[in-house]
Design a protein around this ligand. Structure first.
Ligand SMILES: [Zn+2]
Length: 84
């Protein structure tokens, strides 16, 4: 499951082949009439095209956060991602 290969710097952007670096991004999701924004999400970001890719362990946590948001009656939710 959790192969610790994150130190490997040879990762390339699937879109343009540019180099990726570890950074922080902000994600926004539209769920029906609700908008969710998650800030401070760890991601790998392409130096060339700026595309951000969530790491696999982050994806699961983001999905959990989105599930929680769906229960809320708030139309716009802004969540600060807290790394475990
Ligand atoms: Zn790229």
């Amino acid at each position: 499951m959790a192969g610790e290969k994150e130190k490997n710097k040879a990762k390339r952007c699937p879109l343009c082949g540019g180099e990726m670096y570890d950074g922080i991004t902000m994600l926004s999701f539209l769920m029906g009439e609700k908008v969710a924004i998650i800030k401070n999400v760890p991601a790998e970001i392409c130096t060339d095209c700026g595309e951000a890719y969530m790491k696999s362990h982050v994806t699961g946590k983001v999905e959990t956060l989105l599930d929680c948001i769906e229960e809320l009656h708030s139309e716009v939710s802004i969540i600060y991602y807290e790394a475990a």
